[in-house]
Design a protein. Structure first.
Length: 85
């Protein structure tokens, strides 16, 4: 992230599951690098979000997904995004 040409405000960590220690580590990192969010998301959650976004019921499905919607350090919480479709 330090060597990227552009700022990296959101970094997704995709894994099968996460522990409380995982979230605590993400929060500690964010505290040291306040301009970076570390989002812990499972592959299943990411797939579900992609399916929801690309569904015919989503009137904005042709638009690119705004990664800023994921910019909250810690465990991904789908309910924090509100209604998509």
């Amino acid at each position: 992230m330090n060597q990227a040409d552009k700022p990296v405000p959101v970094f997704l960590v995709i894994g099968p599951e996460f522990t409380g220690d995982s979230e605590a580590e993400a929060v500690r990192y964010h505290a040291q690098h306040f301009d970076r969010n570390i989002v812990l998301i499972t592959a299943g959650e990411l797939k579900h979000l992609a399916d929801e976004w690309s569904s015919e019921a989503n009137k904005r499905s042709d638009d690119a997904f705004n990664l800023g919607l994921l910019a909250a350090t810690g465990r991904f919480k789908r309910e924090s995004l509100g209604k998509i479709v």
